[in-house]
Design a protein around this ligand. Structure first.
Ligand code: NAD
Length: 444
């Protein structure tokens, strides 16, 4: 089948590539010519395991191509995916300008029926707006004879395992009332829907809300566990024991109940905010979501407060080794990352940061390269040199079993602030570290 994907970010690039890999002919359209020039040479602008090899193989096989030529894209695919960004507006609601621009572009160039499939995360009612926009442009062109359907097909991939998530999706949500669109999409997704039925067909508005509900539920789990961690710390309990204790209940389960330093990334923060705004627009007070957001904002400051207390507020002139800049492991994405809140607070207090991340160094350079109170280090060991303490923000695998003797030797004082509970407090005490973690008692 022929499909066109507008937007070659995390979602569009991965989805377009795995569709091509399954045998479909895919044209990816973007407005960023530099990015496309790189992609055409097989250079991937994001870190996503497995993606580079797939892009190269499908480019070589001629099933995948990249273009800025929207007309070519619209002419190509019976199915037109919209996978552009929906960043937060100033008030936190989703900014739909990129989605609506693509809708307009499709309508301007359409000369045959099209199924417009929205993969971007968009508020309930967006499919209607897209449909209205396409209808208006077609009417202006005198082409209201052309039929189209706007389908909601939200994406659930996770950065860091995006390829695997798209190849083996948990579910494929299709929001439309049009049975013909369902059949076309069933055929398109058939390679990913072989072993058992993953397609869940529903009305458009429910599909749009499903995406927000999923992300808000996950964000709620994180904020809930962080709230429990705060309580555990103050009540003399150990959140790791509590986590195991509650996870054993199959109604709760072990997934996604890790305490930490708050959620970040391009999705949870913006999607929680956007659903709060959607609720406000219909005069509904989304109390749970507001609390989730407030707990998260507070949790991002928790390491800084621990550092401040340990050094009795005297941070000026101190140097901190920081392990982990990305908002989670296996990505280079630093959007809304807890590391940024921490670094900015440390700088504000007059401290220096020596940072290392296995993948996000280029991104950190782009964001903060001009600062002289930040040193970006080539290895995690280099970041330790002469620092006053080690602070761990992201749970990369390579941080789990470090050389503790070396850490103690390199730091001016053996102190670790661990935002991800990577180590056992008992073992850290034996090794002679002062060790702060989340939801557990500090070893002093
Ligand atoms: P992104 O910012 O990484 O990429 C968006 C791309 O769209 C950019 O390359 C941009 O140049 C391009 N673009 C903008 N306007 C365009 C136009 N008119 N025509 C063609 N291309 C255009 O975004 P992303 O992370 O891929 O997210 C896309 C959407 O998917 C968002 O709504 C997001 O919430 C949602 N989503 C993201 C993830 C994720 O993990 N990143 C997961 C699920 C859903």
């Amino acid at each position: 089948m022929k499909a066109t994907v507008f937007g070659t970010g995390y979602v569009g690039l991965v989805q377009g590539t795995i569709l091509a890999d399954a045998g479909h002919e895919v044209v990816c359209v973007d407005v960023d010519a530099d990015k496309l020039a790189q992609l055409e040479q097989g250079i991937i602008p994001i870190y996503e395991p497995g993606l580079e090899a797939l892009v190269k193989a499908n480019l070589a096989a001629g099933r995948l191509c990249f273009t800025t030529d929207a007309a070519l894209g619209v002419a190509h695919g019976e199915v037109q995916f919209i996978a552009v960004g929906t960043p937060p507006d100033e008030d936190g609601s989703a900014d739909l300008q990129y989605v609506l621009k693509v809708a307009q572009t499709i309508a301007e160039h359409m000369s045959a029926p099209r199924i417009i499939v929205n993969k971007s995360t968009v508020p309930v009612g967006t499919a209607d707006r897209v449909g209205q926009c396409v209808g208006e442009v077609l009417a202006k062109r005198g082409r209201d004879d052309l039929t189209f359907d706007v389908v909601s097909n939200p994406e659930f991939l996770k950065e860091g395992s995006a390829v695997a998530d798209c190849q083996k999706p948990d579910r494929i949500i299709i929001g439309t009332e049009n049975p013909e669109s369902v059949e076309v999409l069933r055929e398109l997704y058939a390679p990913f829907n072989r072993n058992h039925e993953k397609m869940i067909v529903m009305d458009v508005r429910s599909a749009e809300l499903t995406k927000y509900a999923a992300n808000c539920m996950l964000a709620t789990k994180i904020s809930f566990m962080n709230e429990m961690a705060n309580l555990a710390e103050r009540l003399g309990a150990d959140i790791e024991a509590v986590r195991q204790g509650i996870g054993a209940d199959p109604r709760i389960g072990y997934h996604f109940i890790y305490p930490g330093v708050g959620y970040g990334g391009s999705c949870f923060p913006k999607d929680v905010q956007a659903l709060i705004r959607t609720a406000e627009e219909i005069d509904f007070d989304a109390r749970v979501l507001k609390a989730v957001e407030a707990r998260n904002a507070q949790q991002k400051t928790t390491l800084f407060h621990k550092i401040q207390r340990h050094f009795r507020g005297e941070l000026s002139g101190k140097t901190f080794a920081l392990w982990g800049l990305a908002f989670k492991p296996n990505t280079d994405d630093m959007r809304e990352a807890p590391s940024r809140v921490l670094m900015e607070a440390l700088w504000q207090a007059g401290a220096r940061v020596q940072a290392y991340d296995p993948e996000a160094m280029e991104e950190a350079q782009r964001l903060y390269g001009s600062r002289d109170d930040l040193a970006l280090c080539g290895t995690k060991e280099a970041a330790l040199r002469g620092a006053d303490a080690l602070v761990i923000v992201t749970e990369w695998k390579s941080f789990r079993a470090p050389d503790f003797a070396l850490i103690a030797q390199q730091l001016s004082e053996p102190v670790i602030f661990d935002g991800r509970n990577l180590y056992s407090p008992e073992r850290m005490a034996i090794k002679g570290f002062t060790y702060y973690s989340v939801g557990r008692q500090a070893t002093l």
